[in-house]
Every structure is written in structure tokens, then in C-alpha cells.
Design a protein around this ligand. Structure first.
Ligand code: FAD
Ligand code: SIN
Length: 528
């Protein structure tokens, strides 16, 4: 293995959280950003609806805080919610400075509406906000001489004290080992501080709106290195993912309901949400997803309909140009026809425990974005609060590193990756089989409505697969698929253990064995 590649700060992930941190650090420090595939392959580029911020006359921080806390079912950390909500307008202003072309109504930003928000609050770029944000952040990072962007580098694990050439016992994180898709070799990157911005673990489920790389890598790495992981039972299911046998993960943004879209039973056209919640189609996501799941199971349907055709063709095409064009390719004209939709996994509310400076439990290790549990989302994330979390915590982690720079020791010599006892795999089929098996039992046993029996079945399967995956990892050279499979299994385990731990129903965690909500809201915290 070649010499360690050194930088001041190492960031794993080139989405909204990672690039925000990089841009905030680059005036003083040399920053390296690693991504496991293309630089724009994370969830950020896929975001449709937009970013929540208090900008409407008559709206207030207090309203946004209350809406976030109501969606979070009492489990949010109020001080964190206040911090994020209050920093939102400044975050939007900075994105505009970077050239994000948000939609305007004359001189003011156009605000759309989403479920759980009491006001119009979502700034957006048509229905493809994430793509515009990702492009602007990447453009700024690529132009900065202090930022090195490294795609195709799949991080395997954090380098900690255990990997030091002379063990210091300091407990610091010193960098990472990563598999290069270009050289097929494991490389060592060291730094005084490392930030995990690796996104969520959505792909633990068979149906998910998240991109293929959402395998919970950062969460699993942090757990293996000794960080606490919290609230992993709260996996958010988006109510309206397109139902199509070929296109499995195309989201139909919540803004379609925000702008008047109605959920109906196919055939009868009966609008069912008023029977489930007074907020109808704009109730928080957990409620809408459970209502759809209920109707699908009760009536034996494959999907329900989302209908916005009554708003007229011009309105629909103007507000949802990307979705309109994509659906037209699939012979669905949303200006005339209802859209077949089903709930699908969408967002990972839990993750690595961080404080309001983005610090994890390990010295030298920070985290930001969807891989974290910052206290913002509680038991259910309010729509369009997650990109916001990335901007606020990316910046907070950067500020803390800059303020404490002198206390972060330079990394000592780290042992190279040891491949002396492994061979090339001759049975790749094991990886594919296990990958599919995990996603299927997570969907069937750990989905929208849970029971202790089903969770125990999932736990049992995870136990069986653990031995198989560990055996494979111990004997064969790592590949990107093996790295992801190991993390997918770790993430599934953390989700199931957390779900079994919670003996109540709250927010996104609904179990038929404990249907009531406990009087006191307590985080689930798993300690390695
Ligand atoms: P990501 O953008 O997911 O980036 C993760 C990065 O980590 C990638 O660069 C990836 O390559 C890298 N990485 C991961 N593992 C490794 C590894 N092992 N080695 C090296 N690199 C690694 N939120 C909103 O607020 N508003 C919305 O409108 C919205 N719409 C959404 C629509 C869709 C379809 C989806 C899936 C999500 C949406 N979300 C939305 C959620 C939001 O997009 C994400 O929570 C947010 O973008 C996460 O950003 P991030 O920076 O934490 O991670
Ligand atoms: C959407 O556009 O519906 C997604 C918004 C979000 O996940 O916050």
C-alpha cells in the first residue's frame, strides 16, 4: 500500500452536508472530500420538493419549530430545532449567493407547501431542487484550490487508535481506509479531523426512493469504531412513490399534495384521507403512509391514486415539469390521469449521535446530514427539513473544527491495510443473495406496521447472515459490493434492535403489540 494521503480535514460524502462543510473550511484548511461513486450520486441530487425556511409574511420561527416538534411526536431536542429553524433563512441566502436559481414570484422567493407545515415555507427550484443545489455546491467546491474532490473511493472503515503503528490509546479518529475503484487497491487517508456525511440507510428496504448507495456506510463505520447510534427504528416511508413495475424508485413530491393533489381509491375514485386525519392529504407523512398502507391491505390493492388533474394542465406543467415529463415517458399524463402510488422507504431519521457542533463520541470525528441523529427530527422528520439540517450542521461542524484546530493533534503513523490473509472471491453470488434477502425481510417484517414477532423473525435472520458475511469478509479481498453488504447488514441490525427496544408506538414506529404512545418520550440509544 502506498503512503498515507494527508490533508487537514477529511470529509466522507459529497452531498449537501459534506460540501457545505468543505466550503466552510476551505478558506483556512486543505480539505479532501471522498465519494464512493460519482460526486453527484447521493440523495441530495434527487431531492425534489425543496428546503423549509420561515420567509412568508405571517409565518414565524415559533410556527416552524412547533410544526417540527409536532411531526417529531415529542422526541425532538427543542434547542436543536430552534438552532436549525433560526439558521434557515441565512442558509437559503448563502445558496442563492452560490447561484441556486430558486423560483421567484416577482422579487420574493416562491414558497410551496408540504405536509405538516402550517404555512407556505418551502423554497424550491421547480420540482428538482436537489439537483440545482448539488450542482451549485459542486461548482463552488471544484473551483476552490483548497478542496480536493475524489470520486470512486469507497471508504471501508475509520482508522482509529487500533490502527496506529505505535498504539497511543488516545481514542482519536485518524482518517479512513478506502477502496479505490480505479486502482482496485485499499488506500489510507489521514487527517486531523474527519467528517462523516455519508447519507442514509434507505437501501436496507426493498422499495426505497433513495439512491443505490444509501447503504448506511457511515452509520455502520461509526458504530464499529465505538460511536453511539440512536433512533434507528424511525425509518420514514414517503407516502407517494410511483408504482411502476420497471421504475421502482421514482418519487412523486409531497408538493403535489401541497398544491392540491388528492389521494383516491382506484376504480371508485373515493377520496379517503379525510377519514384518517383532519389535515387530509397534508397530514404528516407517517399518518398518510399508514393510511395508504391500511387501504391497500384492506382492499387488496397494488396501489392508490394521486390525482392533481383538477388543477388544470398549465398549472401542473408549470409546477411539476420534471415529474410531468418523466411520467409522460411512462404513458401517464398527470394533467389528465391519476398517478398510481405506493409508500416506499424514504429517509433515515436515526443515526450517529452528534451534538450541536456536529461532534460524535470519538475525538476527531464529526458527522452531519442524514447519517446523524442530531435531535432535529425526533420520531418523524418534517418534510424539507433534511436538506436544511445538512446546511446547518455542515457549517456547525466546520466552525467547531476551525475553533478547536489547535486541540486536534496531527495523525501519527497508521498501519497499512493488511491483505496478507485474504484471497480473491470466487463466489460473488453470496453477496447478491444476501443483499436481496436483507432488503426483502426488512420490507416484510420491519415496514410501516410492525409486530414483535415479525421483528424477532428479522433479528433471527440477521443473526444467521452475520456469520456468513463475517466469514466472507474475513477470507476475501474487499470489493465495493462486499463493503456495502457488510454495512447494509449492520444497519438492518441497528434498525431491528432499536425497533425491538421501543415498547410503544410513536411517530414512524408503529407496532400492533404496543399501539399506545408512552407518556414520556425517550430516545433509543444503542451503545457499542
Ligand atoms: P447524500 O446527499 O446522500 O450524500 C452521501 C454522500 O456520501 C455521497 O457522496 C456518497 O457517495 C457518500 N458516501 C456514502 N458512503 C460512502 C462510502 N462508504 N465511501 C465514500 N463515500 C460514501 N430532503 C429535503 O429537505 N427536501 C426534499 O425535497 C427532499 N427530497 C428528497 C427526494 C428523494 C428522492 C430523496 C431520496 C430524498 C429527499 N430528501 C429531501 C432527503 C435529502 O435529499 C437527504 O436527506 C439529503 O440530501 C442527505 O444529504 P447528505 O449530504 O446527508 O447525504
Ligand atoms: C418531497 O419532495 O416530497 C420530499 C421532501 C422531503 O423528503 O423532505
Amino acid at each position: 500500500m502506498a503512503e498515507a494521503q494527508q490533508s487537514d480535514i477529511l470529509i466522507i460524502g459529497s452531498g449537501a452536508a459534506g460540501l457545505t462543510a468543505a466550503l466552510n473550511l476551505a478558506s483556512r484548511f486543505k480539505v479532501t472530500v471522498l465519494a464512493k461513486g460519482r460526486l453527484d450520486e447521493g440523495s441530495t441530487a434527487w431531492a425534489q420538493g425543496g428546503i423549509a425556511a420561515v420567509l412568508e409574511p405571517g409565518d414565524s420561527f415559533e410556527n416552524h419549530i412547533e410544526d417540527t416538534m409536532i411531526a417529531g411526536a415529542g422526541l425532538n431536542d427543542r434547542a436543536t430545532v430552534e438552532m436549525v429553524v433560526e439558521r434557515a433563512p441565512a442558509a437559503i441566502a448563502r445558496l442563492e449567493e452560490l447561484g441556486v436559481p430558486f423560483n421567484h414570484d416577482g422579487d420574493t422567493l416562491h414558497l410551496t407547501r408540504e405536509g405538516g407545515h402550517s404555512h407556505r415555507r418551502i423554497v424550491h427550484v421547480d420540482d428538482a431542487t436537489g439537483w440545482a443545489v448539488q450542482e451549485a455546491l459542486l461548482r463552488a467546491a471544484a473551483a476552490n484550490p483548497n478542496i480536493t474532490l475524489v470520486p470512486d473511493m469507497v471508504v471501508i472503515d475509520l482508522a482509529t487508535s487500533r490502527h496506529e503503528a505505535r498504539y497511543s490509546g488516545a481514542g482519536n479518529v485518524r482518517g479512513v481506509y478506502a477502496f479505490s475503484r480505479k486502482t482496485n487497491r485499499v488506500e489510507l487517508f489521514t487527517a486531523r479531523a474527519t467528517i462523516l456525511a455519508t447519507g442514509g440507510a434507505g437501501r436496507t428496504y426493498l422499495f426505497s426512493t433513495a439512491p443505490r448507495g444509501a447503504t448506511g456506510d457511515g452509520i455502520a463505520m461509526a458504530w464499529r469504531a465505538g460511536c453511539r447510534i440512536s433512533n434507528m427504528e424511525f425509518m420514514q416511508f414517503h407516502p407517494t412513490c410511483l408504482y411502476n413495475l420497471e421504475v421502482k424508485n421514482f418519487l412523486i413530491t409531497e408538493a403535489v399534495r401541497g398544491e392540491g393533489g388528492q389521494l383516491k381509491i382506484p376504480g371508485t375514485g373515493h377520496r379517503f384521507m379525510p377519514e384518517f386525519d383532519p389535515r387530509e392529504e397534508l397530514a404528516p407523512r407517517d399518518i398518510v403512509a399508514r393510511a395508504i398502507d391500511h387501504e391497500i391491505k384492506r382492499l387488496g390493492l397494488d396501489y392508490v391514486h394521486l390525482d392533481i388533474s383538477h388543477m388544470g394542465p398549465d398549472f401542473v406543467k408549470q409546477h411539476f415539469p420534471t415529474i410531468y415529463a418523466r411520467l409522460l415517458d411512462l404513458d401517464i399524463d398527470m394533467t389528465r390521469d391519476p398517478i398510481p402510488v405506493v409508500p416506499a422507504q424514504h429517509y433515515t431519521c436515526g443515526g450517529i449521535v452528534i451534538d450541536r457542533d456536529g461532534r460524535t463520541d470519538l475525538p476527531g470525528l464529526y458527522a452531519a446530514g442524514e447519517c446523524t441523529q442530531s435531535g432535529l427530527h425526533g420520531a418523524n422528520r418534517l418534510a424539507s427539513n433534511s436538506l436544511l439540517e445538512c446546511f446547518v450542521f455542515g457549517e456547525a461542524a466546520a466552525n467547531h473544527i476551525a475553533a478547536c484546530w489547535d486541540d486536534l493533534p496531527p495523525p501519527p503513523a497508521i498501519r497499512p491495510w493488511d491483505e496478507s490473509r485474504v484471497a480473491d472471491s470466487d463466489e460473488e453470488v453470496v453477496i447478491k443473495q444476501n443483499w436481496t434477502e436483507i432488503r426483502r425481510f426488512m420490507w416484510n417484517y420491519v415496514g410501516i406496521v410492525r409486530s414483535t414477532k415479525r421483528l424477532e423473525r428479522a433479528a433471527h435472520r440477521i443473526q444467521m447472515l452475520r456469520g456468513e458475511v463475517a466469514d466472507y469478509y474475513g477470507h476475501f479481498r474487499v470489493t465495493p459490493d462486499l463493503i456495502e453488504l457488510r454495512n447494509l447488514l449492520e444497519s438492518a441490525d441497528l434498525i431491528v434492535r432499536s425497533a425491538l427496544h421501543r415498547k410503544e408506538s410513536r411517530g414512524l414506529h408503529y407496532t400492533i403489540d404496543y399501539p399506545d404512545t408512552a407518556l414520556v418520550a425517550v430516545d433509543t440509544v444503542l451503545v457499542p
